[in-house]
Design a protein around this ligand. Sequence first.
Ligand code: ADP
Ligand code: MG
Length: 252
Amino acid sequence: MSALDIAINRKVYRTGGGENVALADLAFTVPQGQFLCIVGPSGCGKTTLLSIVAGLDRDYEGTVAPARPDRIGFVFQTPRLMPWLTARDNVRLALDPPPREEGRAEALLREMNLGGQLDSYPGHLSGGQQRRVALARAFVNEPELLLLDEPFTSLDAPTAQRLRDSLVTLWQRERPTVLFVTHDLREALSLGDRILFLTAGPGRMVLDMPVDLPRPRSPDGSAVEAARKRLLDLYPDLLRGLDTKKDAEDAA
Ligand code: ADP
Ligand code: MG
């Protein structure tokens, strides 16, 4: 896949009474292999944007090129595993026949420390383990484009951090283009090569900035913290409406 070119002039949801403009005048290009974080408050159109980029929603004014990349991985807000399939079969289910690489599903699960749970059902896995299966599933087809929609929310901090580390390791090895949606500025600063900030009603881009911090990074590390402070000093309004309580307090 070459660069991803996104130009959404308008995305409207028509509801009973009228129209809800979810996105407007949103244009950006993502170079191949870039890890792009998209940050914005609840309701600003982040999930809508990912659905459009994935080719799941074609009801919008604008263009996305390539329109539907061949190999795309999606990690949703909840793991969305099939409860009647084992961890292994949940990952294998996503494989496009013929398998690109024999044993890739199992290899990815082992890499996620799930070698002992290959034949476990989702109901017997912890929340963190289920997310690891979802991450393995997203990588099984060697995606050119990986879309993640707030994938690590409602996990305890160490579990979320282990998942972020796994994601970065896989990304550095396989280099898909990544669109990672979050409302957590620390998470975005610890993961992204670049961050786009969206505002609500309708979703528009307010800031497009590179993140030039060396890797590996930690969301609690001093480099991320300093970058966050600098950003809040420069753009005190940026985080208004974000769900991260401490960020909101600091910005106030
Ligand atoms: P986010 O993921 O940033 O929280 P969404 O993309 O889910 O935002 O939603 C953006 C806006 O579009 C919100 O105002 C939401 O209520 C509205 N919206 C989302 N999906 C639908 C839908 N299927 N029908 C009508 N309105 C929707
Ligand atoms: Mg959403």
